[in-house]
Design a protein around this ligand. Structure first.
Ligand SMILES: [Ca+2]
Ligand SMILES: [Ca+2]
Length: 335
């Protein structure tokens, strides 16, 4: 009862706090920029000002994300969807425009680079990916060509493809033989069509190294793919009873659910080091979506952007997201 009563108040406070943090971060960056360049700003055309202002606000919003993730690392040793960083902000008015941001745990998705660990195919991860492909009504054998694309050798797996296959194509190229840089790189891998990649985008990611899947943030579909040897009722229970505040609690729960059977050695955890952020700004007619991958290191000070990219407008204002729901991803970018 107490929990039910306090939850909305707690959520409002959390939202108010992160909103205030965003406004402060943006105001500080804008003030610094104005102090330096006020006269230049005044001479520029309206359009340029909107663009420049959007850029300043984007930089401020990125600072805001880093502050929130650092604060979270100080306050907890696990990551779950009840925490402040996980709240989707409504568009917030700042200095003549609108800004909004969202942080998603990248380790809530299946990291394609988990398929090869220490340059060896990883059977539990292959099982997860194949199960996910089946759920999406895609061919599970596609895992072979992804593994061949990542592993350093040139020996094709039964349903895979290596240099010898790619070099015979109309526009020849070679297999990367290294981890994927982005999910969009799947376009180069034999067997994948843009439609298939679009289907996979909400569920997979490509992180700079193999990672654990965070059981506290993963959608139920991902948990079903990870624990494909468990009955769906057990996965449902695992999902309903989270968050698990430490690895020991998760292990105890899994042992209970497995009922004496041995689970595959899956790579799972209760905290995350990689977060995907989306920052949307609207100034005048200038609308921009920035996406970035943020890495939070073991050292709480070491939070940085691994990459960031800008997307074409047309997404921010038109998408009304319901609370707790991820907005649909825009179409993939160029390779
Ligand atoms: Ca946390
Ligand atoms: Ca290879």
């Amino acid at each position: 009862m107490a929990n039910q009563y306090f939850k909305p108040v707690f959520q409002q406070r959390g939202l108010a706090l992160i909103t205030a943090m965003l406004v402060v971060a943006v105001a500080a960056t804008t003030a610094a920029y104005l102090g330096l360049d006020q006269q230049i700003w005044q001479r520029q055309s309206e359009n340029f000002t909107d663009r420049a202002q959007a850029e300043v606000v984007r930089a401020g919003a990125q600072e805001w994300v880093i502050t929130i993730l650092a604060k979270d690392a100080n306050e907890s040793n696990s990551d779950d969807l009840t925490e402040d960083w996980a709240r989707k902000l409504p568009p917030i008015p700042v200095e003549g425009g609108l800004v909004t941001g969202q942080i998603i745990d990248a380790q809530s998705k299946f990291n394609l680079n988990n398929l090869v660990r220490n340059n060896q195919p990883s059977p539990p991860d292959i099982g997860t990916f194949q199960h996910l492909l089946k759920t999406l009504l895609l061919d599970p054998n596609l895992s072979d060509s992804v593994i061949d694309w990542i592993d350093s050798d040139s020996n094709a797996r039964p349903a895979g493809a290596e240099d010898i296959d790619y070099l015979q194509m109309k526009t020849p190229y070679r297999a990367a033989n290294q981890p994927l840089q982005s999910v969009e790189e799947l376009r180069l891998i034999r067997g994948f069509t843009p439609e298939m990649i679009e289907k996979l985008l909400p569920w997979v990611t490509a992180l700079p190294q193999p990672t654990e899947i965070n059981v506290n943030t993963a959608p139920q579909e991902i948990l079903a793919a990870v624990f494909y040897t468990l009955p769906s009722s057990a996965v449902e229970q695992l999902y309903q009873q989270r968050p698990y505040k430490d690895q020991a609690k998760l292990t105890t729960k899994l042992q209970e659910l497995a009922g004496g059977k041995t689970l595959p050695p899956v790579h799972i955890g209760v905290k995350s080091s990689y977060f995907e952020i989306t920052i949307e700004t609207l100034f005048g007619r200038y609308q921009r979506t920035t996406q970035a991958l943020i890495q939070r290191g073991a050292d709480k000070e070491s939070i940085h952007a691994v990459w960031h990219s800008q997307r074409l407008p047309g997404w921010i204002v038109s998408t009304e997201s319901k609370a707790g729901e991820n907005p649909e991803k825009p179409a993939g970018g160029k390779i």
